[in-house]
Design a protein around this ligand. Sequence first.
Ligand code: ZN
Ligand code: ZN
Ligand code: ZN
Ligand code: ZN
Length: 299
Amino acid sequence: MAEEPPVKRTKTEEDLGAGSEPDAAAAAAAERERPGGEVTVKIQSKALRCRICSEPLKPPIFKCAAGHVLCSQCPEKLREVGHVLRLGTFCALCCKSTSYSRCVELEQFIDAMKVPCSNQTYGCNEFVGYQQKEKHESSCPHAPCYCPEDDCAFKAPACCLLDHFVTAHGWSPTNLGYNKPLKILLARDRRFTLLVGEDMSLFLLINTLTSIGSALAVVCVRPHESEPSYSCNISAAAHGVAGGKTDGRLVFQKDPHVSSSSLAGGVQMGNFFLLVPLEFAETSSGELTVHIRIDRVAP
Ligand SMILES: [Zn+2]
Ligand SMILES: [Zn+2]
Ligand SMILES: [Zn+2]
Ligand SMILES: [Zn+2]
């Protein structure tokens, strides 16, 4: 049996009458401008990318005579290629000689466009200028931080990490007062010690076991390097007893600027760490006694 050809229908007045009122009302509502003169649109991201190199378009934007939009770099590159090929100024999409001019219309459109911050799912409700998006996100306080535990993919704003560390991994946070030393008994194989500052800043004391000792470093868990800044002193004393007296050996390190990390790439050893020799550990328990002091640094 032959298939019936698809029936092409155009909307009749009847269609647009009472029966389709909800559709018409929805469309009208969608198009209604907000008080600030704004409308919400969704747009294919490729419409805002250079037709040649696919980089995001930012003014100055160019177009060929046929309207292919290009980033600021590509017309010059095509000019050079055209010179070598003796084609003059040409468009790789038109495949022929052309001329380029500024695409002021798209520049104005991009200037007027606001986009949501990528951290919307983490609580940022900001709409920022399309061109300011990168700048905003580089300091957005809602940007996520990552759980450093192996095989855990959790990420959330820093304020939610504390709860995750406690409930998902059973970590016991230690409250930390600034400008005063804190004594920590550190099990040899405890990788992370969570310290919570007076201002609820999260610090991780990271213990990396090496063949010659434990490398200790402190990192502030937050999405960006921002105020306030912190400095840190870590010291460890030997537990060993020599000739009836305590060994007396001490190692210490000062980090004048505790680095901030979202832990996006996992835990990385920075420039400042304290190497505590293996023999500093208490013989029976294997614990290290560590003193740590974190100071808030005046801006
Ligand atoms: Zn381009
Ligand atoms: Zn073209
Ligand atoms: Zn944001
Ligand atoms: Zn986790």
